[in-house]
Design a protein around this ligand. Structure first.
Ligand code: PMP
Length: 434
């Protein structure tokens, strides 16, 4: 399989075999928090198959919901027609939407993955500016941010490497200091607030939206920040007539111990993107939750000379199987109080990782709920990758982000499995840093 993979497959981001010198694991089947490879070896899925498997793999109720939907309606376009799973899921997401300082989120626009939800949100934000006043062509983004890999999403990311590769094709953005950036010292949040304030004072009338991954910038390297930054972003967006976008693709759907990370701050954005955990990893789906005032700007009015429509929508938008999977995932999460369980699991993992945090060579353990990053040193020496490699030999599947080892297990992980994960990481760090 590995030779055939190398011959025919172009993998996303990492050509594992060439870059790491490590063969990819050939995953064959999965159940609960476990993955098995084609040789029958079992691994604990410590990163929820890229942060998606809220309930673990193969949950019988989600499987049954997908099967029942498949027997009824596999696909039907959402362009001009509708269907019951799409309507029910929209109602469910609106009912779950965060409440607090900001508008009510009343409408759901579907997309296929996190990047395309972000792409849709950016296009909505720009077009909102043209349809409510005048064109505001700039976006404000945070340093180190990752919002996906489509061109708009790359532009609002904060990775120089990704910008460099595509620069002439990118949107106009203004980067501000990340409130989670340790390089900015202990007052990093205050510095980010000051930078955002100065940026909006200087360019606010040109800015259609500020985009932020709330409370914890995940793929940026698990960089946490305080609620004050989000409150400031809300106030500045309002003061300058810009929209506020929260990208909750990684932080949403219970991951941080609340349904949305926005709830930690009590701040509601105008647009909120979600993906990853929305179907619990079963099928690809994402969504943009939008405030009513944003949606209203896209409704044609009598006498309009051109239609006010959002020129965006894909063939598989709101695929019924995906919607059925998401509905089942959200139903089971509600019935089993999975968000509260995630908060408890996060606390437990935090305790279990205390000895890890105290080790020489561990810079810091950062955590919000079950979103955890273990930063290891020396930096830039592929230490993070080597720790994950060593953890794999102990039967735990992890994936690094640079020097940070990510721990983001299914929200329903059991106590014994949490112990196993922490023990494997502990041993792996000892082996690599010995
Ligand atoms: N936004 C955030 C915050 C993400 O973490 C990611 C994926 N890591 C994306 C967007 C892109 O999502 P996808 O990979 O599903 O396109």
């Amino acid at each position: 399989w590995i030779a055939r993979d190398a011959a025919a497959v172009w993998h996303p981001f990492t050509q594992h075999a060439t870059w790491t010198g490590d063969d990819p694991t050939v995953v064959d089947r999965a159940e609960g928090p476990w993955l098995w490879d084609v040789d029958g070896r079992r691994y604990l899925d410590g990163v929820s198959s890229l942060w998606t498997t809220t309930l673990g793999h193969g949950h019988p109720e989600v499987n049954a919901a997908i099967a029942a939907q498949l027997a009824k309606l596999d696909h039907s376009t959402f362009l001009g027609t509708t269907h019951t799973p799409g309507i029910e899921l929209s109602e469910a997401l609106v009912a779950l939407a965060p409440r607090g300082d900001g508008p009510e989120l009343t409408k759901v626009f579907y997309a296929g993955d996190g990047s395309s939800a972000v792409e849709a949100a950016l296009k909505i934000a720009y077009q909102y500016s043209t349809q409510t006043g005048r064109a505001r062509p700039k976006f404000v983004r945070l340093d180190h941010a990752y919002h996906g890999d489509t061109l708009g999403a790359v532009a609002v990311g904060g990775h120089e490497l990704f910008h460099e590769a595509y620069r002439p094709l990118l949107l106009e953005t203004i980067g501000v200091a990340s409130p989670g950036d340790r390089a900015n010292g202990a007052d990093r949040c205050a510095r980010a607030v000051a930078d955002l304030t100065a940026t909006m004072d200087a360019h606010g009338d040109q800015v259609c939206a500020i985009i932020v991954e709330p409370m914890m910038q995940g793929a940026a390297g698990m960089l946490d920040h305080d609620a004050h930054f989000l409150r400031t972003a809300r106030a500045l967006a309002d003061a300058h007539g810009a929209l506020l976008i929260f990208d909750e693709v990684a932080t949403g759907i219970g991951r941080t111990g609340r349904m949305w990370a926005a709830e930690h701050a009590g701040v509601v954005p105008d647009l909120l993107t979600c993906g990853k955990g929305i179907t619990g990893g079963y099928l690809p789906l994402s969504a943009v939750l939008a405030a009513e005032h944003v949606f209203a700007a896209f409704l044609s009015r009598p006498g309009d000379t051109s239609p006010r429509t959002f020129f965006h929508g894909h063939t598989y938008t709101a695929n019924p199987l995906c919607c059925a999977a998401a509905l089942a995932n959200l139903r089971v999460m509600g019935e089993q109080d999975v968000v509260a369980r995630a908060a408890r699991l996060g606390d437990r993992l935090g305790k279990l990782l205390e000895p890890v945090a105290a080790k020489d060579g561990v810079v810091e353990v950062r955590r919000l709920g079950t979103m955890i990053g273990v930063e290891v040193a020396p930096a830039g020496d592929r230490t993070g990758f080597r720790v994950c490699q060593a953890a794999r030999a102990h039967g735990v599947w992890l994936r690094p982000l640079g020097d940070t080892v990510v721990v983001m297990p299914p929200l329903t992980l059991g106590d014994d499995e949490a112990d196993l994960l922490a023990d494997a990481l502990d041993a792996a760090i000892d082996e690599v840093l010995a």
